[in-house]
Design a protein around this ligand. Structure first.
Ligand SMILES: *Cc1c(COP(=O)(O)O)cnc(C)c1O
Length: 850
């Protein structure tokens, strides 16, 4: 007898009229940061809410009709429903903040933000880790501030993988298909049909459908190749995030950059600023050049006009984060597009070349196609300036145009609602004071016992969550019941209130998840001290092709099962945003031990700090700026010229010393009230110093002031009058490039060795300009103070030299300079090409020293 055929039928409930706007709430990612909205769904059916993994749209399809009917007749529920809807409506009606209106003009200015992943919420799994969460937070803060802003990305049907860890500690990656009606998106319609765009690929056009997701005030547009116009293979192009080979990756990036730009055009959206968030989206530069060339601009002019309104943000020094494609692959894939566009292959290849390699580097394309560039912390800004210095070969890295804006996190998303309620009582306007550090001194006014009770409650919630997750994961793996019991015992034995240290993020090797195990006997003694127990909680995914990353998971798994350590090392599977919120608001200490300087920024420690956890981290990324001696603990990275093994050992010893001598003793210094006053003080110092500095509103406002406003202006300036200035600039650059090799600079007469303080000295140089005019260059004297007993190295002062006629076919430049410093100083003279239409004075990357 064969199995009877089964038909699946989903009988969807009808929303009662009284609560019909739940449908709106389920279709606005506002729910991803508003706990009130999520609590409505939870109240209707808590069990189902868990089951559908906090997915409001799926919830509304599966919930029993009777639950909805009951809710709509429940006075308490309806009161809450109305309160939340009115706060939602108030949010949508709010005007942009004044600082945004000073910098940008809504209706005129518009920022388009392109990224390969967006992490808004666990119900919308089109992110893999930090980059995606950051992009989600950027959009959320843009909405909070009222920025004129649209975002563009790809819709991955299977998103990133779901992780299980089997009984042997092996990571198993599974993918789950998400249909569009269970995601918070709607089709973009044009005359009743879903809009599509297409991009030329070898032998065919690939079509992408357009979707939109509402994020409060802003819209995210997503492209999806899963449409019947495409071949079966092409339909799978946007199936997975970071799946497939480099052919898949380049195709996805063509859809994102070229297709995304076409989508905005098709929608009649005209951005004035284009933000390329990491190299994956850099092809947008080509498409915008194509559009400008269709307006009769030469390629070089088009590139100037396009780049002037473009910002490129680089997010990691780690090679895996930079797409590098073989040239052959690039010319094969991009060939038909370039042909149709009139873009010359060799010119495009030149935009992506690095040090003459035979490959195409998307980071280089992003940098050459933009005139504004940044890294994501002070340290990373410097590292990126060095790494990408080849773009400006003659300019010292410290002076090249790569700046930085340190990442921040979206407070409403990551702050536990329990803290929010406490702030509401203590300082009701806190939500509008996220960029005002002095305001946050109110934290000190919170009574210690009250402060600690909030932390304890959150820690308790986390413990229950961890126990549930461990039990289900070990039950599936067939772990013995008694083993699982022992595993959760230290966490749940409430008498001890063990110190809990969390470590959760992607398992990339540079993050050194296993550094803490470098001296296992010493660590074991600390963890299992019966009077002062410590528990380490780990979670994270390793990319399915990253075997060393998966090996880290296995090492931690094996340790977590050792009888002598059981219960003191816990490994949770399937880290996602929901788990992040639980762990980050429940742990006592958040640990991060990256290999300096590879962390770029890191953001999870910022989320932990908002919630009162103390950071114990290597001084890299954001912590290099955040740590102030009173608000956590720091591991000083060893000199990067030392070998890695030695650095690991030394830094691991620092970590264990800190734990043994500072962290554990402080935590267990409990007086009769049951908590450590010293700990609470440190935690308050952390919360109040970090929250107002490392949040996404501060970050986005920095982008507005440092980049979006200038890029909008500069873009307009070069584009006006049919790109007149862009054309002039492009011609000038070509002229300078052709002459620069024959240009030289020499000191005219030596500077006197000694002068009286406060009297000027004369400096002069003579230049061979090789056909350039004195107006095409700037000559500067750079003065540095010599170390005079202090370690302080003040930045250089520069003085401009003026043209002073010709002598023997050489152009003289002179200045009379008052020494800026008393005592010893060094003077150096240099020349670089200069034009008033440049965005950054050193953007050509040319410079000569006398
Ligand atoms: C914040 C966050 C990250 C980034 O963590 P880092 O420690 O900064 O690398 C990754 N995944 C999730 C789910 C997060 O919430």
């Amino acid at each position: 007898m064969h199995e009877p055929t089964k038909f699946r039928l989903e009988a969807r409930p009808t929303l009662p009229e009284a609560i019909e706007r739940l449908e709106h709430l389920a279709n606005d990612l506002f729910y991803s940061w508003d706990h009130g909205v999520r609590s409505l769904f939870f109240r209707i059916d808590p069990v189902l809410w868990q089951k559908v993994e906090h997915n409001p749209k799926l919830f509304l399809r599966r919930v029993a009709q009777s639950r909805l009917d009951d809710a709509s007749e429940d006075r308490a529920f309806m009161g809450e429903y109305r309160r939340i809807l009115s706060s939602y409506d108030a949010y949508l009606e709010a005007e942009p903040v004044p600082e945004v209106l000073e910098a940008l003009e809504p209706g005129q200015d518009l920022v388009a933000y392109f990224c390969a992943e967006f992490g808004f919420h666990e119900s919308f799994p089109i992110y893999s880790g930090g980059l995606g969460i950051l992009a989600g937070d950027h959009c959320k803060a843009a909405s909070d501030l009222g920025l004129p802003f649209v975002a563009v990305g790809l819709l991955y049907r299977q998103g990133y993988f779901i992780q299980t860890i089997d009984a042997r500690g092996h990571q198993v990656a599974r993918y789950r298909h998400h249909s569009s009606d269970e995601l918070p998106i709607t089709p973009v319609l044009d005359k009743g049909r879903q809009m599509t765009i297409s991009v030329p690929f070898p032998g065919r056009d690939v079509v992408a459908r357009l979707w939109q997701a509402r994020v409060g005030h802003i819209t995210l547009y997503l492209l999806d190749s899963n449409t019947p116009e495409n071949s079966p293979e092409d339909r799978e192009l946007t199936l997975q995030l970071y799946g497939g080979d480099s052919g898949t990756r380049i195709s996805q990036e063509m859809l994102l950059g070229i297709g995304g730009t076409r989508a905005l055009l098709a929608l009649g959206i005209q951005p004035t600023v284009w933000h390329i968030n990491e190299g994956h989206a850099a092809f947008l530069v080509l498409e915008r050049c194509r559009m400008a060339m269709a307006d009769k601009m030469a390629f070089e002019t088009a590139l100037e006009a396009v780049a002037a309104s473009t910002l490129f943000t680089t997010h990691t020094p780690v090679p895996a984060g930079h797409d590098i494609f073989p040239r052959d692959l690039l010319s094969e894939r991009l060939g038909p597009y370039l042909e149709q566009s009139g873009l010359a292959l060799d010119k495009v290849l030149a935009l992506g070349s690095k040090n003459g390699d035979q490959s195409f580097n998307m980071t280089c394309l992003g940098l050459r196609g933009s005139r504004f560039h940044n890294g994501v912390s002070r340290i990373h800004g410097q590292v990126a300036s060095e790494m990408e210095g080849n773009i400006w070969p003659q300019v010292p890295a410290a002076e090249n145009p790569i700046g930085y804006i340190t990442n921040g996190v979206h407070v409403p998303t990551f702050l536990a609602p329990e803290w929010g309620s406490l702030f509401d009582i203590q300082a009701p306007s806190w939500k509008s004071e996220l960029r005002n550090p002095p305001f946050w001194h109110f934290i000190d006014q919170i009574p210690d016992y009250h402060y600690w009770s909030v932390h304890k409650a959150l820690k308790q919630q986390m413990a229950e969550f961890i126990v549930r997750r461990l039990q289900s994961q070990h039950q599936r793996n067939g772990t013995g019941h008694s083993v699982t019991e022992r595993m959760v015992r230290p966490l749940v034995s409430s008498g001890k209130d063990a110190l809990v240290i969390g470590f959760a993020r992607r398992f990339a090797t540079y993050k050194r998840a296993t550094l803490i195990f470098s001296d296992l006997p010493r660590l074991e003694a600390m963890l299992t001290d019966p009077e002062r127990p410590v528990i380490l909680v780990f979670a994270g995914k390793a990319h399915p092709q990253d075997n060393p990353g998966q090996q880290l998971i296995k090492v931690i798994h094996d340790l977590s099962m050792q009888p002598n350590l059981i219960g003191h090392i816990l490994l949770l599977e399937d880290y996602d945003q929901a788990m992040a919120r639980r762990l980050l608001s429940g742990v006592d200490v958040w640990l991060n031990t990256p290999e300096y300087p590879k962390e770029a920024s890191g953001t999870s420690g910022e989320k932990a700090a908002l919630n009162g956890a103390l950071n114990l981290s290597v001084l890299d990324g954001w912590w290099g700026e955040g740590y102030d001696r009173s608000n956590g603990w720091a591991i000083t990275p060893r000199d990067t010229r030392m070998d890695q093994e030695f650095r690991n050992q030394e830094e691991a010893r620092d970590l264990l010393d800190l734990l043994e001598l500072e962290v554990i003793p402080l935590y267990y210094q409990r007086a009769s009230q049951g908590y450590s006053e010293g700990w609470v003080n440190r935690s308050k110092a952390s919360m109040k110093s970090i929250t107002p500095r490392f949040n996404a509103q501060r970050m986005v406002m920095d982008y507005v002031e440092s980049y979006y406003q200038p890029a909008s202006k500069q873009g307009q300036r070069l584009k006006d009058n049919g790109g007149h200035l862009a054309g002039e600039l492009a011609d000038w650059k070509q002229r300078v490039r052709a002459s620069w090799d024959g240009v030289s600079l020499n000191v005219h007469d030596c500077v006197q060795a000694c002068c009286q303080w406060n009297t000027p000295v004369d400096v002069a140089v003579e230049a061979v300009l090789n056909g350039l005019s004195p107006n095409d260059v700037r000559v500067e004297c750079v003065v540095n103070r010599e170390c005079s007993g202090t370690f302080e190295q003040p930045g250089p002062d520069t003085f401009l030299l003026e043209p002073a006629g010709e002598e023997n076919g050489r152009t003289l430049f002179r200045a009379s300079i008052k020494p800026p410093y008393p005592g010893l100083q060094t003077l150096r003279l240099r020349m670089y090409p200069y034009h008033q239409a440049l965005t950054h004075p050193l953007e050509m990357g040319s410079m000569l020293w006398a």
